[in-house]
Design a protein around this ligand. Structure first.
Ligand SMILES: C[S@@+](CC[C@H](N)C(=O)[O-])C[C@H]1O[C@@H](n2cnc3c(N)ncnc32)[C@H](O)[C@@H]1O
Length: 186
């Protein structure tokens, strides 16, 4: 945990991530009942703050002490430093769960359990592709989805939106393949 925390502290300080919330979240947040939200691997909190601005009370979790301390004390954000390799999501607790650009497959069933009835899951991250493998940041392929993997993993939920698409990264204009999923627990 210590090594990961240090690595991510440095990365957040030296290469500040985007501050704009995820477009997928902006587009689909209205589908969730306003209530409690969970931001998994929240980073510097762009999605946490957006959910809070939309009226949600947000639990924000990340391993980076630097990222979490930036969020601590903010109104309606409960920021906690946790290792998602072992973290357990409380059952039937959230109206909205957001996970962007972090992949820990062990969490998939806990994410489904963590949603309340009619709760919404919004999930976006990289897919393995020839384009993506040129990028050192995600050179560990275990941190990349396979094609259709995200869709298959959440078929117990109602899929409201799914796509796999190329994006241009803000930081260096490189191309990357991503999967975007919006799903609802019935
Ligand atoms: C690419 S950033 C994405 C941040 C945020 N979701 C966003 O889209 O701006 C990945 C985040 O995962 C966090 N992370 C990496 N490994 C982790 C772990 N084992 N437990 C908790 N958080 C972790 C990092 O600290 C980092 O903030």
């Amino acid at each position: 945990m210590q090594d990961d925390a240090l690595k991510w502290n440095t990365r957040h300080k030296e290469n500040p991530p985007p501050t704009q919330p995820l477009e997928l979240l902006k587009t689909h947040i209205h589908k969730a009942k306003v209530g409690k939200a969970l931001d998994i691997a929240c980073g510097m909190g762009r999605n946490s703050r957006f959910m809070r601005e939309c009226g949600f009370c947000v639990d924000s979790v990340d391993i980076s002490t630097y990222a979490i301390s930036a969020l601590q004390g903010e109104h309606n954000i409960n920021a906690q430093c946790v290792d998602l390799d072992t973290f357990k999501i409380p059952k039937q607790s959230y109206d909205l769960i957001c996970k962007s650009y972090f992949l820990e497959r062990r969490l998939f069933p806990y994410m489904v359990e963590g949603l309340k009835k009619d709760g919404i899951l919004i999930f976006e991250t990289f897919i393995q592709s020839p384009v993506e493998s040129q990028n050192a940041f995600t050179s560990d392929s275990s941190h990349l989805l396979r094609k259709n993997e995200l869709l298959r993993a959440f078929l117990d939920l109602e899929i409201l939106f799914y796509e796999e698409t190329l994006i241009t990264r803000e930081k260096d204009s490189s191309l990357a393949l991503v999967a975007r999923l919006v799903a609802q627990k019935r």
